[in-house]
Design a protein around this ligand. Structure first.
Ligand SMILES: Cc1cc2nc3c(=O)[nH]c(=O)nc-3n(C[C@H](O)[C@H](O)[C@H](O)COP(=O)(O)OP(=O)(O)OC[C@H]3O[C@@H](n4cnc5c(N)ncnc54)[C@H](O)[C@@H]3O)c2cc1C
Length: 269
């Protein structure tokens, strides 16, 4: 379940609501009064409206990744954790291998999935990839009385703050007290920082770059890569195995950055 709150940025929010409603049939607009009824702890005085999608869910990245690893192993995938790639071998415009700290690997196909390090990896093949690391900090509070299992993820579009339940407390990114004043008294139990992998238009870069055969880019998710991962994995696999993905990914090709008319993502958190 997610509630997206549009205050000053309502117009941007409502554009995506229309699209989401068309696709899922469930995302609906709600008034500030309805937001207050659902979550009385939220400050709603400065809201124009909000959206709510009861079918949304929350996933634990560690558990989901481990599930993928387990299932992939069952299908015969071999993982080499701790093996650091240090370069790409390219001959006559095609990938022929990867150099690693523990020896070279011959391969005709490499998927760049190096997250915030993607630009460095692409650079080994002479590809300029505008993916820049951006540090983001999260805090988890001690359990709070109003945080229950069905509390939706809350996204404040104007400030970019988002909050969701984590072990009975709230996971909080950046100043959230304005939207949820009760957080002022909350004890922070944990905190960590990570790197977003941002692109100039805050959209992913997917597919083969022009000029290097055998290189596939799956990069630049700009802070949304966990949500996108299942679809991206499937589409990139289709591209490699079938020669084309089942969805038109042309708008996400690398070359868009050097073309006029590239469309930037308006809803960035
Ligand atoms: C604080 C925070 C909160 C977030 N919250 C959300 C959220 O709510 N929802 C959401 O969808 N997304 C969220 N994200 C974004 C999400 O975590 C990323 O978009 C996603 O992890 C990107 O996945 P990836 O596989 O492309 O890269 P990563 O998960 O960064 O994985 C890249 C991997 O490549 C490896 N690697 C890099 N260089 C080398 C090398 N030279 N040799 C070998 N291995 C290498 C790294 O060790 C790493 O394992 C959040 C990010 C942060 C920082």
């Amino acid at each position: 379940m997610s509630t997206i709150i549009g205050s000053r940025s309502w117009t941007n929010g409502s554009g995506s609501v229309v699209k989401q409603r068309r696709r899922s049939g469930t995302t609906g607009s709600v008034t500030p009064a309805e937001v207050h009824t659902r979550i009385p702890e939220l400050a709603v005085d400065d809201l124009l409206g909000a959206t709510f999608c009861p079918r949304d869910g929350l996933g634990n990245p560690h558990e989901v990744t481990q599930a993928y690893v387990t299932q992939a192993r069952r299908l015969g995938v071999r993982f080499e954790f701790g093996r650091t790639a240090t370069g790409l071998r390219v001959e006559r415009g095609r990938i022929t291998g990867v150099t690693t700290a523990q020896g070279d690997l011959a391969t005709p196909m490499v998927v760049n999935a190096a997250g915030p390090h993607a630009a460095e990896v692409a650079g080994w093949a002479g590809v300029t990839l505008p993916v820049v690391p951006l540090r983001r900090h999260c805090f988890t509070t001690e359990p709070l009385p109003f945080v229950h299992e069905r509390l939706p993820m809350i996204v404040d579009m104007a400030s970019g703050v988002y909050m969701h339940r984590e072990s009975g407390g709230m996971r909080v990114v950046e100043p959230a007290i304005h939207r949820l004043p009760a957080l002022e008294a909350a004890q922070v139990s944990n905190g960590w920082a990570g790197l977003y992998e941002t692109t100039p238009d805050h959209n992913a870069v997917l597919g083969p770059p022009a000029g290097v055969g055998g290189l596939m880019l799956a990069n630049g998710f700009s802070g949304h890569g966990f949500m996108h991962a299942p679809a991206v994995g499937q589409l990139i696999a289709e591209w490699i195995v079938d020669g084309r993905p089942s969805l038109d990914l042309t708008p996400l090709r690398l070359e868009r950055f050097s073309e006029a008319g590239a469309r930037a993502e308006a809803n960035v958190i």
